[in-house]
Ligand binder design. Sequence first.
Ligand code: THG
Length: 375
Amino acid sequence: MMESFRIMELSKGPRVRFSPFYERSVEAGIRVATVYNRTVLPVSTDDPKADYEALTERVAIWDVGCQRQVQVHGPDALKLCRYMSARDLSQLKVGVAKYAPLCDHEGRLINDPVVLRVDEETIWFSISDSDILLWARAIAGEGNFDVEITEPDVSPLAVQGPMAAALIAQVFGDWTRELKFFHFRRITHEGIPIVICRSGWSKQGGFELFLEDSAKGADLWDLIWNAGKNFGIRPGGPNNVERMENFLFSWGSDADLECDPFQCAIGQYVDLGVEHDFIGKEALIAKRVEGPTRELKGLLIDGEPLEANPAPVGLQNPNGTYAGETRIICYSHKFQRNLGLGVIEVPNNLPGTKLKVETKDGWRPATVADLPFDL
Ligand code: THG
């Protein structure tokens, strides 16, 4: 069980938001939560191993209403989004999504949203945990883009796991089986407006249901939950063990604010060859030429299973000199060993390099590995 606090009650004020699925999540057994985009994000039940098994063997339902949408609407919507993104969005079609790094002018990664083209003049940035509403408004204002930027009433609910496709087909119809990865359709089902997208923060396959009316949160949850009983559905949250085993990047967790997308191991989503300008382009080209001074790598940590620790701890050479920072640690059920992600100083980042990682019971030997782990 991950370290957590049990403290006072959270007040239902404007500073911490609750998603439309929050109450159902708690009723279904969620006991640990964090905060993401100023919204409570359910993390796990009181049995994280069972959460992992449901995700990897059956189907899991997650309240990811904290994945807020920044809506860019207007004649210049695509032009602005293309200027904000280090991945080329020029060809983004209606009904298609793309994972896109956003950088600042120095090439630092400031967010890594899923970008959905909802219609010709409407694009959603489904953001990670930093304020892109303010950023987008500043960029649009400075550049005189003809757009309106808002946070619409949209809350994603994730359905992930090997049985997710069968469950979603049972609820919404067989057409959902034909949806390709990162493609979506906007529908109204039993009076509930949703965007159904084949996506989600796991490599188990699944869907995200972007609810477009927060008054219908319990209705949508119940539809999936009731149909899911036959599939052994279980509540959970974005799962750090599964996503570390298969490597999906977590902004705000896996790297600090100075890292660029190459250092974060998501450089394959950066398009430097485009003709148009985008924020950070010049800096990223220079960084590409110079090469990184440190980068995110996997760590195989020796010894008995470690308690999950999603917080930065030490990383050293065997002789005790600084080698970088361990960003997150977990015990992998699949590989039956401890895994870590670390931002590691060159040249200690070479696969096979022996290092040591700080844990509660002292320093443990560890070996650097490429991402995704190939074990
Ligand atoms: N779904 C939605 N919004 C999100 C997330 C999500 N916003 C916050 C956070 N997660 C953003 N981070 C990621 C990281 C990885 C992926 C999606 C969001 C992802 N990557 C795929 C991969 O690496 O295989 C696909 C990338 C691609 O081919 O384009 O899915 O989970 N709505």
